[in-house]
Design a protein around this ligand. Structure first.
Ligand SMILES: [Zn+2]
Length: 320
């Protein structure tokens, strides 16, 4: 039996709502009708075809636009979209361990993708108490910020520490059984969060800063700290995250560019600590990914069974 795949970062609801893409279409059909310059990489069917058993699906709002009320409204709308897909039998939401295990038993027969919900950035949380209603609807993962700083922590585009409110939010997450995603955190805040938070940690979509010098990626020190906590890193096959010299419009990179990041990360975290978090269609398309990667099934060329899914499954089952 082919190994199951896990993709730790997909902005599915964002693609459907902000970009207006019908992700229930076959991928080739979506490519025919999609008006955006970035050719889409993902639909629910392309995940099914590839055997993606679990994807961490985001609730994402762009904090550079709108305000608290608009963000909260959008998070609810995205949640509703995932619940609607589930009601139509297109996905299974995995809220609890028994749902995860029942899903993994059924998956080889029906190949319906399972989604674990991830709130990417806590901007829409007016206070830590706002987390409970989301947890009750299935939210299991949270990153404190997205790029910009907010009330909880500094981000990769706006340096800053973990705040008192951030510590309060981490305590709330511990109580609710949620995992912390270090992606997009400022480095200072990330180390403080590791100190303050005793629950499970990971980075759903980030690469090695040693190879791409940007605060968006994780330093060797932080990768080591993540490994010491039993965390997993989801590597992103996006050319600009693989080679600092790549620019939009440049030829696609060879797969070797991705393997360099995998080797670097595995040397620090061990092979069991490195896996996939594609971030596909979260701000780039087919033109922005390495040669040979046309859709999810092609990702099987990137690693072994652990890298493709086993590492994330082991991490999830340890705390879910
Ligand atoms: Zn992101």
């Amino acid at each position: 039996m082919e190994p199951v795949m896990v993709d730790a970062h997909l902005d599915l609801a964002y693609g459907a709502r902000a970009l207006g893409r019908d992700l229930t279409l076959p991928l080739d059909r979506l490519r025919e009708v999609d008006p955006h310059p970035d050719t889409p990489l993902v639909t629910l069917e392309s995940l099914k075809e590839a055997g993606v058993a679990v994807a961490f699906a985001t609730l994402f709002v762009d904090p550079r636009e709108g305000g608290l009320e608009a963000w909260q409204e959008e998070v609810r709308a995205q949640l509703h979209l995932y619940e609607d897909w589930e009601a139509r039998g297109l996905v299974r939401l995995l809220r609890e361990a028994r749902e995860l295990e029942a899903h993994l038993r059924r998956f080889p027969q029906d190949r319906v993708p399972g989604l674990v919900l991830l709130l990417e950035g806590a901007h829409a949380l007016a206070s830590p108490e706002d987390l409970l209603p989301l947890r009750e609807r299935g939210l299991r993962l949270l990153s404190l910020t997205w790029a910009t700083g907010n009330a909880y922590a500094g981000g990769n585009a706006e340096e800053g520490p973990l705040t008192e409110a951030g510590k309060g939010l981490l305590r709330e997450m511990e109580g609710l059984g949620m995992a912390l995603d270090l992606s997009h955190l400022a480095e200072e805040a990330a180390f403080q969060a590791l100190e303050a938070f005793s629950g499970p940690v990971c980075a759903t979509h980030a690469n090695a800063r040693a190879l791409v010098p940007s605060p968006r990626h994780l330093s060797d020190r932080l990768l080591e700290a993540l490994g010491e906590r039993g965390g997993v890193l989801g590597l992103v096959p996006f050319n600009a995250f693989l080679d600092p010299g790549w620019r939009r419009g440049d030829p696609r990179l060879p797969l070797e560019a991705f393997f360099r990041h995998r080797a670097h990360a595995e040397a620090l975290l061990g092979p069991e600590g490195v896996a996939l978090g594609t971030d596909w269609d979260g701000g780039f398309g087919l033109e922005g990914v390495p040669q040979g990667l046309d859709r999810h099934r092609d990702l099987r060329a990137l690693g072994d069974a652990g890298f493709l899914g086993g590492n994330w499954l082991r991490w999830l089952r340890a705390w879910f």
